[in-house]
Design a protein around this ligand. Structure first.
Ligand code: UT7
Length: 335
């Protein structure tokens, strides 16, 4: 079957206004700005207002991506929302977004693939277009992690932040757009990054609330080891699937978890610091929102040019990983 080439026609992001600095955190738990910067690279993060849920951030980012793509909401055939902090267990956050942006012709569903969610969702959305089923897909990653953090746990509370990013996918010129992807999972080690309660395994109870089982629990060292190995490996695999090598890679948009993880991936990929987007110093780890927020920033700063081969790569809960190779199809930053 002939595949239709699919590219990004619009990109947008939204960050809540409130800033929480490392110094603020050191008033809350036994930590310091020095420790957090040295071990993670994070200097501050954004925190959503009490009234804001994932859909509120998703809508802001989604509308910006639609504007950037010169697309009306009614033209969207499908909305995929990636998140580990949806508004509700159900209905899906994608349906809430669909209603509020008036995308009345869109199908809508959520995906939960941890921090790899946005990249998985992009690969999924692209297939609906390349197979000729849909013409325009809105893919959003949106997180309000501040609401599932144990603010007494210094091992996790210093790492995460809130935000949203989105892209519009549609047909692009031959030879451009998404060239390949590499998706994977390792469910055996899923318990190293988990919210243990609130699902059907451990439904909400007084004990689960008292035990803080509705917040993120993480074996940081195990996740770190996995991340360092998988980001480089998955990027190389995705490039291989596109018939490309490391020498073809122009720019990397990695999941923003820790500068030490990104730096070790760069070493493996033989890439210099100018060829990668790093903004976790400002926003922390925003899980499935981190890749589209970083992409939006890189595009706006003119770091990605038409014809560049870029890779979006992420890892996260599951455990999961995902990389996408794109030959950039827009004129951003060419002037
Ligand atoms: O999107 C995926 C989500 N997760 C990740 O990407 C996390 C991946 N892992 C990491 O980024 C790192 O493992 C961390 C940043 C979480 C931790 O860094 P580390 O270098 O692995 O530190 P560690 O866990 O080995 O802790 C070293 C020390 C410990 O003290 P002792 O046992 O040596 O006395 C910790 O108790 O640092 C202590 N520590 C802290 N100290 C000050 C842990 N958290 C903090 C803190 N402030 N916030």
């Amino acid at each position: 079957m002939e595949r239709i080439p699919v590219g990004i026609s619009g990109v947008g992001s939204y960050l809540p206004e409130k800033i929480l600095t490392n110094d603020d955190l050191s008033q809350m738990v036994d930590t310091s700005n020095e420790w957090i910067v040295e071990r993670t690279g994070i200097e501050q993060r954004r925190i959503a207002a009490k009234s804001q849920a994932a859909s509120d951030l998703a809508i802001e980012a989604g509308i910006k991506a639609l504007k950037n793509a010169n697309t009306n909401p009614e033209e969207i055939d499908l909305i995929i929302h990636a998140s580990v902090t949806p508004d509700y267990t159900f209905p899906s956050t994608a349906c809430i977004v669909q209603h509020k942006i008036n995308a009345k012709n869109a199908a809508a569903f959520d995906m939960n693939v941890g921090c790899s969610g946005f990249v998985y969702a992009m690969a999924t959305g692209a297939n609906f277009i390349s197979s000729g089923i849909y013409k325009k897909v809105l893919v959003i990653g949106s997180e309000v992690l501040s609401k599932i953090i144990n603010w007494e746990d210094r091992n996790t509370c210093v790492l995460f932040g809130d935000g949203a990013g989105a892209v519009v996918l549609e047909q692009c010129d031959d030879g451009f757009g998404i060239l390949s992807y590499d998706l994977g999972s390792d469910g055996e080690n899923g318990d190293v990054l988990i919210v243990p309660a609130g699902g059907s395994r451990n439904p909400a109870s007084a004990d689960s609330v008292n035990g803080k089982l509705h917040s993120i629990q993480m074996d940081g060292k195990a996740v770190f080891k996995f991340a360092v190995k998988i980001m480089g490996e998955s990027t190389i695999n995705a490039l291989k699937k596109a018939g490309l090598g490391l020498e073809d890679l122009d720019f990397l948009v990695p999941h923003q978890a820790n500068t030490r993880i990104i730096d070790s991936s760069l070493k493996r990929l033989k890439l210099s610091r100018e060829k990668v987007c790093v903004n976790l110093n400002k926003y922390g780890n925003t899980s499935s929102a981190s890749v589209p927020i970083a992409l939006d920033e890189a595009v706006k700063e003119g770091k990605i040019k038409k014809g560049d081969t870029i890779v979006l790569t992420a890892f996260g809960a599951g455990l999961t990983w995902a990389s996408i190779v794109i030959k950039w199809n827009r004129e951003d930053g060419n002037d």
